[in-house]
Design a protein around this ligand. Structure first.
Ligand code: N01
Length: 531
């Protein structure tokens, strides 16, 4: 077989040569991992830019990501739907201000269908590993359905996709039904059952009121009480929806109003936690309204600054805890037996079903164990040494042509992740355009630039409520560094990613002179709220 060298800056020639070498490998310009909000956004925008040679690899059997997986009763978004949706695909048909999961899932399915990209999606396919090949300047991606070779890799695998199970003695020996909130077992009928819910985070507080209504008894195991403010949910009337449908300008104005209202939380989170005093009063009033028993009120009142952990919203949670068939258990769980949960004080509570609402692997993302960079080590290995960090939350030194969506320090405690995803996808489009125009085979951020970016970010983090608020949370890694959240405004994030800053990158492949008149138009950020 011929091994004639090809121009490393010419992906087509590289692909052709590799195909000759191994005809079982399929070649694409771009491979996207994940078909949630992030992967779908990437696919739609790649297509819009004329980048038709891509594939989306998705382990599930549908689009939707976390909104496909979290089907527990009561699942709904805690960011208003007018903002928690793509700016380029407004939906006038949301039935209420905080949409339930089935509506969000239906929205994502519709957007995917109408985008005309679905034929590039490979469902039921798991990425086993992805390895950078320096010789060809391409990623080799092993999947459960064969091997792909891709010029660039866009990872939209999600930060909340891998359920985290609690490490409790005996939990594996439980003989009743046990499942995680993100893997709800709909075959289990909870009516008349004795149920335990472990955890009191965003998922649990939505699950508890639903289970309380049908279960014979419900034990809620709380390790740390969360702050819960009222949920100002409202159903839209048919008239309102008709108005939103007929007047797109009205919907844009609505979205803009929600955006700015949410952005007013930022100073309390990132500058001075004391600013959140009115929200704290709201949360205390929420407790007082829902619970009359002083002892229970005391036990659900957090002892840390509001915002330190995710602020939850619910009108139904406290009344459910106060119901006659519910016990809030604040003693530590010592062990689980085949039929019961035993707490440290020796109390044993018999249960038929245990619902584990203990969150996700957020600071050691499982996909990173499978991404092997230029130096032959995985992204997980790099991050074990240096902590989870990326340049602008998106690119990582040592990992050429890799783009992380919802990467390190892009999470939010107050607003819509869809806004952050669109900002990142804009950046990726600019990067790919730069590569095409200049015939770069590969680019990766410079170590010094990435380090400066992250030093500044961590410096800023010290002022935030997530560090000063007196709690432990999944925002922080084992060294106490906040590697998950963005510590500034979302419009600040968008501004930082608006243009691709090629000078921050090491590139491979010589720039070629551009023939005049053939420069493709700059991909424009969809007109959105802060523009
Ligand atoms: O998970 P969490 P989640 N023994 O990690 C407790 C998004 N989301 O699935 O606080 C006993 O927040 C743990 O206790 P503690 C949103 O971004 C959004 O609820 O660590 N308890 C905590 O109470 C959210 O932040 C929406 O002391 C244990 C709970 O389990 C993220 O998903 C809805 C334990 C875990 O809370 C995750 O939320 C749902 C143990 N061993 C989720 N281990 C909406 O948009 C953990 N806990 C509405």
């Amino acid at each position: 077989m011929s091994t004639t060298a090809t121009d490393p800056a010419d992906p087509a020639a590289q692909a052709a040569q590799a195909e000759q070498a191994d005809p079982t490998v399929r070649h694409v310009d771009h491979l996207v991992i994940g078909a949630g909000f992030a992967g779908l956004c990437a696919a739609i925008k790649l297509q819009e830019d004329g980048e038709h040679d891509f594939v989306v690899i998705e382990k599930g059997d549908d689009v939707g990501g976390t909104w496909r997986d979290n089907t527990y009763p009561g699942a709904a978004c805690d960011v208003p739907s007018q903002l928690y949706s793509f700016s380029f695909a407004p939906n006038p048909d949301w039935t209420s201000s905080f949409s339930p999961q089935p509506e969000i899932q239906a929205y994502l399915r519709r957007v995917a269908r109408e985008s005309g990209t679905l034929d590039r999606f490979r469902f039921g396919t798991r990425v086993e590993d992805a390895t950078w090949d320096d010789a060809t300047a391409r990623w080799t991606v092993q999947t459960s359905a064969g091997t792909w070779s891709a010029g660039s890799l866009v990872v939209g695998a999600g930060g909340l996709s891998e359920p985290k199970l609690p490490d409790i003695e005996g939990i594996g020996d439980f003989c009743g039904h046990l499942f995680h909130s993100a893997r709800w077992d709909h075959d289990v009928d909870l009516a008349g059952k004795r149920v335990a819910v472990i955890g009191t985070g965003a998922s649990a507080i939505q699950i508890v009121p639903e289970v309380q209504r049908v279960a014979a008894r419900l034990d809620v195991y709380q390790r740390t009480a969360p702050w819960v403010i009222p949920r100002n949910d409202r159903r839209y009337s048919a008239l309102e929806r008709a108005a939103l449908r007929r007047m797109p300008g009205l919907q844009r104005a609505y979205r803009t109003a929600v955006y700015w209202a949410r952005e007013t939380y930022v100073p309390a989170f990132t500058l001075e936690p004391g600013i959140a005093y009115p929200a704290r009063k709201l949360a205390e009033a929420n407790i007082a309204r829902g619970i009359s028993d002083p002892d229970l009120r005391e036990r659900v009142t957090p002892h840390f600054a509001l915002g330190c952990k995710r602020v939850l919203i619910s009108n139904a949670y406290y009344p459910a805890l106060a119901a006659g068939n519910v016990d809030l258990v604040t003693d530590r769980i010592a062990r689980v037996t085949p039929t019961s949960v035993v707490t440290a004080d020796g109390t044993e509570r018999e249960v038929d079903v245990i619902i584990v609402a203990t969150g996700f692997h957020t600071t050691e993302l499982p996909i990173t164990e499978h991404l092997v960079g230029r130096r032959g080590r995985t992204l997980a290995e790099r991050w074990r040494e240096s902590g989870m960090a990326a340049y602008k939350g998106t690119t990582v030194p040592e990992f050429p042509n890799l783009f992380l969506l919802v990467g390190p320090n892009t999470g939010l405690g107050h607003s819509s992740m869809v806004f952050m995803i669109e900002s990142q996808v804009q950046y990726v489009r600019q990067a790919l355009r730069t590569m095409r125009l200049n015939r770069y085979a590969a680019l990766e951020p410079r170590e010094d630039v990435a380090a400066r970016w992250n030093d500044r970010l961590q410096q800023r983090m010290k002022r935030t409520v997530w560090h000063r608020g007196g709690c432990s949370s999944w925002y922080l890694d084992e060294h106490g560094r906040n590697t998950t959240l963005w510590p500034r405004t979302t419009f600040g994030f968008r501004a930082a990613l608006r243009e691709f800053d090629a000078a921050a990158y090491a590139v491979r492949g010589e720039p070629a002179p551009l023939p005049t008149g053939t420069i493709p138009p700059t991909p424009q950020q969809t007109e959105d709220v802060p523009a």
